[in-house]
Design a protein around this ligand. Sequence first.
Ligand SMILES: [Zn+2]
Length: 457
Amino acid sequence: MHLGSGLVLAAAGAQGEGEPFGLAAAAGGSTILPMHQGLGANAAAYGAPLMRRLEQLAAFTEIPGQLTRRYLSPAHLAASRQVAAWMREAGMDVRTDALFSLFGRYEGQKPRAPAIMLGSHLDTVLDAGRYDGALGVLAGIAVVAELSRRGERLQHAIEVAAFGEEEGSRFPAHILTSSALIGAVGPKLMDSRDKDGISVREAVVAAGGNADDYLRCARTAGEIAAYLELHIEQGPVLEQSGLALGAVTAISGSHRLSVTVSGFAGHAGTVPMAQRRDALAAASEMILAIERLACSDKALVATVGQIAALPGAQNVIPGKVRFSIDMRSPADGVRDRAHRALLDTFEEIAARRGVEVEAATYQRNAATPLADGVIAAVLQAIAACGQAPLSLPSGAGHDAGIMARHCPAGMIFLRCKDGISHNPAESIAVEDAEAGVRALLEATRRLDHWLARPGSQ
Ligand SMILES: [Zn+2]
């Protein structure tokens, strides 16, 4: 890390805990954070305060000694109150909707202008890391704090959104509250229950809300001009490329299959090898074919995560095997072709080995392309921060995938150590946190210009 500006350094050195993003106030309020300094030029400006807040937020947990913050738990509600306080401190008006999404609003040049929404989620998985979700919310607040400090108003308002139940770690209803924002939550989801038998509806009431108002979470068309989410990558691509940031092109779609291979069970000692119809040997060949197929296309990943061999005895030839396939790609055509190729390969293997195969495709989710205009703004912002522009798809689902159904949406991925996520070992570098805030700020400004142009969408 080198320090590009003595002025920024002095200002950063002067800031106290109570004013973590009040970067240049001590330097007369005229310091501009020079984007051309490049990423990580001064990790103390936004990065260090952001890391401190991420640490503070990680203390809001249901289980001491680890980070578990499920949707509408007392820990989640307390974390929301803390985030609301930070939003107010950054100059935002704050409200929650009926499902406890939290929104901080910083008006544009004209009141009630359409908003650029910067968001992510505050709920976590069980025994989580401290960056998944929280990073995007707190970086959004850092962006507004910087604009507010400089007295800068954009043509659009900015709303920072803190969504809930993105992970689905409490209810069987993941990406819940951003779905409510686009009007995609119905009574069935509201009545879904957690493992203690409490429904979403009951949990909202217990938290002091009015569950009957959930339909009022839906925003009208045009109210939100674009959505942008900064999120850790949760994979190793950026780290392997030696880059802090990437522009996300699409949220991958998926095929999920349940495959049953039926052979014939028999004595492990008496049936000669040539006369066997071993379901597990056949399934093994199929699983290796899946791996080969996925390796043949960069835009494809496939996983067999579950397998059961029956009857499951050490001295019996397996008569039946069931296994799962989870296949993902940002390109629906690639995935559809791979799906057809797999079914053909399974038939060929089954015929050759004298077994039967039944492959049930029980889920096909289309990929969600993110908006070209938002991707362009993110790539330009990353380049303006001095980093080579890199784009990559997201193999995981995110609030941005839901928001993309409502308005132009995009994401910035931020490098995480060893690609580890959904794990307490989740880790990011302070320099990358700095780069993330800078790129988010820069991309927001570019989006503001792009969206204001007639016919931009
Ligand atoms: Zn997340």
